[in-house]
Design a protein around this ligand. Structure first.
Ligand code: ADP
Length: 487
């Protein structure tokens, strides 16, 4: 049993921009179920404060000042979900709605360094038991760059907990101009290439990569890939150096939220032994999105995700005309960079009955698309783990994926794997040609209902729960505690 302070810049259902939020709720819940005591520390964005006030109730447990900023810490138990959130209300976070990291033009907020440094300093104080709560964790688990300075700030404290840092996406590093270190009041001892300096810039993520006792990332394949120059985002050397402390643990799925048998967002529920209601979900979705009716001989194809380069949206733009020419209908949901949004929007406008594009964040629609489409596209150029392919597998919607990172670890190609294992389609090169070849194979197999159903059921029957991975994290916590070095 461990006492774990789990620090994250987003956690479902308080605030979510991507998979990090799902993991920051579902992993702590699984750890709690295994007997650990977990506190999930999240910044008090207006949306998060709203949710806890309206839905869960809250209790003020601490008030403190960091620099000149007053911080109020709220405790919120989420009923039936085995999670206790600690939500930090302070001016740096609580006065600004919208995306936590970027403004409405998709530019980083200019004070991100100050805001997330403050969050890391709060993490440090809570980790050291300095806040008068009579609760000190034995493990601090930090996630991605917004929390990565905490292990650095804790370094050298004799009474510090063990520190674990998880890389959910190495491409986001929290890089700031060199002078920022003075503005944040960081010690000069951090200013060298074996510490927080990264080619003349201040790197938040290096705080985690260098100072945490143990490192993890979210799939075994990605753990290998980030040690290579091609996928290491300039940090492969650091990660090779720390190779023996780095492990890849596949994310799980919070199956209470993502189960087609009980999902309240669906017009009809279904399970692997009886897929008839999946067809009703499809009919409803077609109507809801005002797509053409009929065309059943070709699959309805879906995509959900952030519209950013990482997700291979340019590849989707390239192959869409071909899918349209085949008579497929396509349901797209996402938001992201203006340029990619516009390219998709142009195609959707040209083919209103065949392509539906919803440019927003819509949790309920994400569930209905996952259930209602026949085939899910995920051509990510890189993918640390990816949750959407697992959701679609669980919903009997075979995915077509670029074979990389977590996609490689979860999707098994129909032509390469035995009939009792295959669950989707994959391609090796992130090019329109290889994506299109995989789609062509999928469209062909769709014509063979018995074989297709086999693929669906294989995906639906795999155990993607957190059980196994949460235990793997507990092993990491044990070894981090052993590793914790004397100051
Ligand atoms: P990433 O963390 O890189 O964004 P993941 O596949 O790990 O990718 O997780 C994405 C999560 O965000 C999934 O839960 C997905 O359903 C959700 N998501 C992304 N964009 C949207 C959107 N526009 N509407 C609803 N859910 C979305």
């Amino acid at each position: 049993m461990h006492k774990i302070l789990f620090a994250s810049s987003e956690a479902y259902p308080l605030i979510k921009t991507g998979g990090l939020a799902d993991v920051s709720a579902s992993l702590p819940a699984a750890l709690t179920a295994l007997g650990n005591q977990v506190r999930v520390l999240v910044p008090g964005y207006p949306q998060a404060l709203d949710v806890i006030k309206k839905s869960f109730g809250r209790r003020r447990i601490a008030q403190l000042t960091i620099g000149t900023t007053a911080v109020t810490l709220w405790q919120t138990p989420v009923k039936n979900a085995d999670i206790t959130f600690w939500v930090a209300e302070c001016s740096a976070f609580s006065t600004r709605s919208g995306n936590p990291y970027t403004d409405e033009n998709d530019r980083d907020w200019s004070d991100n360094a100050e805001r997330f440094h403050l969050f890391c300093e709060l993490t440090r104080r809570l980790a050291l038991g300095d806040v008068g709560l009579r609760w000190q964790p034995d493990v601090v688990h930090c996630n991605d760059w917004p929390t990565a300075l905490a292990p650095a700030l804790l370094h050298g404290h004799s009474n510090r907990p063990a520190t674990v840092f998880t890389i959910h996406n190495l491409a986001y590093q929290g890089l700031f101009p060199a002078e920022t270190r003075h503005e944040l009041g960081l010690p000069e001892t951090f200013w060298h290439m074996h510490s927080l300096e990264f080619y003349g810039q201040l790197s938040f993520i290096k705080g985690g990569l260098i100072y945490a006792d143990r490192l993890t990332t979210v799939s075994p394949s990605y753990a290998g890939e980030i040690r290579t120059e091609q996928h290491g985002c300039g940090l492969d050397g650091v990660l090779r150096d720390r190779g023996e402390h780095l492990s890849g643990i596949l994310n799980g799925v919070h199956q209470a939220d993502w189960d087609p048998e009980t999902d309240p967002h669906l017009p009809a529920n279904y399970h692997a032994d009886d897929l008839r209601n999946k067809a009703r979900c499809k009919q409803n979705l077609v109507r809801e999105l005002r797509l053409d009716v009929g065309r059943e001989e070709q699959p309805l194809v879906g995509f959900i995700g952030r519209l950013v380069e990482q997700k291979g949206i340019d590849l989707i733009v390239e192959i869409l005309p071909w899918l349209i020419a085949q008579g497929c209908r396509v349901a797209l949901l996402g938001s992201g960079t203006p340029e990619l949004e516009q390219r998709l929007d142009a195609l959707a406008r040209q083919h209103p009955g065949q392509v539906s594009l919803t440019l927003t964040y819509d949790e309920a629609l994400a569930h209905r698309i996952t259930a209602g489409v026949d085939l899910f596209m995920m051509p990510s150029r890189f993918e640390p783990c990816g949750l959407n392919q697992m959701y679609s597998l669980l919903y009997g919607t075979p995915p077509v994926v670029h074979s990389i990172g977590g996609l490689k670890d979860t999707v098994f190609d129909a032509d390469e794997f035995p009939m009792d294992q295959a669950n989707g389609f994959s391609f090796n090169e992130p090019t329109p040609e290889s994506f299109l070849q995989a789609l062509r194979r999928a469209l062909n197999l769709y014509q063979d209902p018995a074989h297709w159903q086999r693929l669906q059921v294989n995906g639906m029957k795999v155990d993607y729960s957190w059980q196994h991975s949460a235990r793997a994290y507990m092993d990491v916590y044990d070894s981090a505690l052993e590793q914790r070095t004397a100051p």
